[in-house]
Design a protein around this ligand. Structure first.
Ligand code: NAD
Length: 288
């Protein structure tokens, strides 16, 4: 039986680990080839490690184990020329481009983060999404699908932008609200070309971003040095459903649907995979 995205080529940012790797794998399981980009180095204002070359190698290994093709590229989503180079290399090798999964992100939380953290979050989480779409657009044809990763933090009031989360937290919320608006407005522009644009908005996801000291500090402000075990007790407060977080594949399944032709007339959707988190919160006013 043909896969749900058989024969398509997907450009995935932040593909070395976490949700990005999971999206690449889920799409490859359903017949897609992959153009994978990741920074493979740290960003100073972001106080947990980003991916390594070994992480991207592991993504390559897992995709190839599925007998799919992958072009892997070290690139920073803040740098348009690097994304253009990755896409051009990928299209030259894989033949075409059909899907864009603009997923790469940082979350530079912490009262000790400098003001630069605001700009870094916006540059990666919003401008990086715009850069990924910009690099891909010249190659996209009717039937293409763009999926951008937002966050429930961008849609709820007082998400990461509480003052105690510092400028990076404010930048994160700003960027994710921007992603929601960008998706809404771009979807209208690309609809006449039969190119779809949608957002996924995850709640807590079981990745390195969530399982990091800055995040533990946010979830357990009552403790001086909270551990993962301490944070695990606080994570469920985000979701009315009785869980602390979802798994990357839960987001990948939403991405797969939006990428596939099953969603051929779905565009401009803000798809929340949040175990009810936004039902229990007031919204920020961003499209939800
Ligand atoms: N984990 C969560 O709880 C959660 C919740 C809501 C939304 N999100 C969003 O999901 C997306 C994926 O995050 P994740 O949970 O997989 O975390 P993660 O930290 O495991 O993965 C993020 C990936 O993006 C890469 N990256 C960061 N900056 C980059 C840059 N400038 N250029 C290229 N690559 C870069 C990292 O190296 C890493 O591989 C992000 O946009 C994040 O904001 C995460």
């Amino acid at each position: 039986m043909a896969g749900r995205v058989e024969g398509k080529v997907a450009f995935v940012t932040g593909a070395a680990r976490g949700q990005g790797r999971s999206h690449a794998l889920r799409l490859a399981q359903e017949g897609a080839d992959i153009i994978a980009v990741d920074i493979l180095e740290d960003i100073d204002s972001n106080h947990y490690p980003l991916s390594t070359p070994a992480d991207l190698d592991e993504t390559v290994r897992q995709i190839e184990a599925l007998d799919r093709r992958i072009v892997a590229y070290k690139g920073d989503v803040r740098e348009p020329s690097q994304l253009r180079a990755a896409v051009e290399k990928g299209v030259a090798e894989l033949g075409h481009l059909d899907l864009v999964i603009a997923n790469a992100g940082i979350c530079p939380l912490g009262a000790d983060v400098p003001a630069q953290g605001f700009l870094d979050a916006v540059q990666v989480d919003l401008v990086g999404v715009i850069n990924a779409v910009s690099a891909a657009l010249p190659h996209l044809k009717a039937g293409a699908s763009i999926v951008c990763t937002g966050s429930v933090a961008g849609l709820m009031a007082g998400g990461t932008d509480n003052p105690e989360n510092g400028p990076g937290g404010a930048g994160y919320s700003h960027a994710k609200r921007g992603v929601a608006r960008f998706v809404h407005d771009l979807a209208l522009q690309l609809a006449p070309h039969s190119i779809r644009v949608n957002a996924v908005h995850p709640t807590n996801v079981n990745t390195n971003m969530l399982m990091s000291q800055p995040m533990y500090d946010v979830f357990r402000p009552d403790l001086e040095h909270p551990t993962r075990e301490d944070a695990e007790q606080a994570f469920p407060a985000m979701q009315p459903m009785p869980i602390g977080y979802v798994e990357p594949v839960d987001i990948s399944n939403a991405v797969l649907y939006l990428a596939s032709d099953e969603a051929r007339y779905v565009t401009g959707l803000q798809l929340k995979v949040d175990a009810g988190a936004l039902l229990a919160s007031t919204t920020s006013g961003a499209p939800a």
